[in-house]
Design a protein around this ligand. Structure first.
Ligand code: AMP
Length: 157
């Protein structure tokens, strides 16, 4: 299954964290990295005061189920030293999100796919449009490029 993954970091050596996470993904024989966007520097959109983020989007192919993929991502997050914080939207060493899992629409206790915040996150829409401008969002039925064009929600702090 072709999946798109959002990746971000705003603590310590952000670039190194992202590259290490990508390295760990590549080491998994059930995950094939197909494409990666450039790194985008963005301001935090919410949460307590914190440093800027580096973000990227990856295109991968995997045989893992969505929930297994999520577990793999959590393992990578903890391997890179991410502590679970009770504070919503607080700074993080690494964050991996499943943006799309094929064309599947999933709503479970642990997973919402497509990721519900895609359309509100310029730091997702920009790198996504770089690597997959024609990708169609299975819920909105619009391309990544179109969602980026329509993105105009001013974010309140
Ligand atoms: P975060 O603090 O943003 O890393 O939130 C992580 C939690 O969000 C995970 O424990 C997941 O259960 C949940 N979640 C829901 N939908 C997704 C998704 N599409 N990708 C990753 N995590 C998700």
């Amino acid at each position: 299954v072709i999946c798109y993954i959002g990746i971000g970091s705003n603590l310590d050596n952000r670039r190194k964290n992202i590259l290490r996470a990508i390295g760990l993904l590549k080491k998994d024989k059930n995950i094939k990295l197909i494409k990666k966007s450039r790194l985008y520097e963005t301001n935090p959109l919410a949460g307590p005061a914190q440093g800027k983020y580096l973000n990227a989007v990856l295109k991968i192919e995997t045989v893992y189920s969505p929930h297994t993929l999520l577990d793999k991502f959590k393992a990578i997050e903890s391997a890179l030293g991410r502590r679970s914080s009770s504070i919503k939207w607080s700074a993080r060493t690494i964050d991996l999100d499943i943006l799309f899992y094929g064309k599947r629409i999933i709503k479970s206790k642990k997973l919402t796919i497509p990721h519900p915040e895609i359309k509100n996150r310029i730091f997702v829409l920009k790198p996504l449009t770089e690597i997959a401008p024609g990708l169609i969002h299975p819920v909105f039925r619009k391309t990544a490029k179109r969602l980026l064009k329509e993105y105009c929600i001013p974010h309140k702090k």
